[in-house]
Design a protein around this ligand. Structure first.
Ligand code: ZN
Length: 377
């Protein structure tokens, strides 16, 4: 809060605890460009995931104030909490609430010590019954910009400092149980076995090969598997595993679920194994505003860097904004692609590049005002 105040922002905390600083434009009460990210972290995480986006947003305002520069619009800087969902089994509560979405009945959800969200909020002077007071109207904002570390290796591999983000992937998740027949590892001949783990292994490799054929459009992961009864001398009779599919293409994602399901059924039929698929969870892709993202790419070029677009494979607060106000994101290189780890870092020259791009973006807001109303939508 002190950093925001020093930069010239008037600061308040909303009903879910998001810190919001406002730097007025040339006209008081003008719509604002919202710039932000999150300040919570994962356990044993790094120092830059989220926080860097908030610090650079504050630096932008600080630079504007140093130049005595007022823009045609206001700037609001948001420091969201609970993006990661590290403490409570919920995530993005700050951005979810600000963008007017219901958070459902979250009062009773508990952390691992049994402390409820209601009690935790009360401890910092917030009332869970009043979360709706944090809702904002989309008409208050021109758009949302989020700077975030890439958390992946692509910019590092290509030797680039920054990229515009055109979409955040959607996710399809489900669980699978395969049932074969357990048996003695020494007495059951190979051709008579119904080995659930051998079937699962073929499925895992099949899913990997399927994603490899997508030319980068699909990422597929079997992240967890367990074989039963789990002994060195027993043929596994049952295997439980998870499947996660990620893509920015919604129809491609739905097609991949059908294709992977059919792959599982085909392999199981041939091996005389039964398969049950359950607990499917769908998270839709979030598409950034095409015009705003093109504008951000222009700013990357103006700041002296090659144009580059990426799809984010990880979730961000921007997901909550995409269907609410025109939204775009700027990614900064993660050396080694390392994130959610204490070794997570950034290079100073990349931070300088990101700051230049953000300032170019923010100070070219004049051009927005010349556009017909509604064009930014
Ligand atoms: Zn993050």
């Amino acid at each position: 809060m002190a950093w925001m105040q020093e930069a010239g922002l008037s600061v308040r905390r909303d009903a879910i605890g998001t810190l919001i600083g406002r730097y007025e434009g040339a006209q008081p009460d003008a719509p604002a460009l919202l710039i932000g990210s999150h300040i919570d972290s994962v356990r044993n995480g790094g120092a830059f995931d989220g926080m860097l986006g908030v610090v650079l947003a504050i630096e932008c305002v600080s630079a504007l104030r140093s130049n005595n520069q007022r823009l045609p619009c206001a700037i609001e800087v948001a420091a969201f909490g609970d993006e990661e969902g590290s403490r409570f089994p919920q995530s993005m509560l700050g951005s979810r609430t600000l963008s007017g979405k219901s958070v459902g009945s979250v009062a009773g959800i508990q952390d691992q010590d049994g402390v409820t969200l209601q009690y935790a909020l009360k401890g910092v002077g917030l009332d869970i019954a009043c979360l709706e007071r944090a809702h904002r109207s989309p008409h208050e904002f021109l758009g949302y910009l989020e700077l975030h570390i890439e958390q992946g290796p692509i910019l590092d591999r290509e030797g680039l400092s920054v990229a515009a983000v055109e979409a955040i992937v959607g996710i399809r998740r489900f669980h699978v149980i395969l049932k074969g027949e357990a048996g003695h590892a020494g007495t059951v001949p190979m051709e008579m076995r119904r080995d659930a783990l051998a079937a699962a292994s073929e499925i895992v490799l099949g899913i990997e090969a399927y994603a490899n054929q997508s030319e980068g459009r699909l990422r597929a992961t079997v992240g967890k598997s367990e074989a039963f009864p789990g002994a060195i001398n027993i043929i596994p009779g049952r295997v439980a595993f998870t499947v996660e599919l990620r893509s920015a293409d919604r129809s491609g994602l739905d097609l991949s679920v059908l294709d992977v399901t059919s792959l599982i059924e085909t392999i199981c039929a041939r091996r005389n194994i039964s398969a049950t698929i359950f607990d499917r969870q769908d998270f839709e892709p979030a598409l950034c505003d095409t015009r705003l993202t093109a504008r951000l790419e222009d700013c990357i070029e103006t700041a002296g860097h090659p144009r580059k677009r990426l799809v984010s494979g990880a979730g961000h607060d921007a997901m909550m904004m995409c269907d609410w106000i025109p939204t775009t994101m700027l990614f900064i290189r993660s050396p080694g692609g390392i994130s959610h780890h204490p070794a997570e870092t950034v290079e100073l020259k990349d931070v300088a590049a990101a700051f230049d791009v953000m300032m170019t973006f923010v100070t070219s807001l004049d051009a927005w005002r010349g556009r017909p109303e509604g064009e930014m939508q």
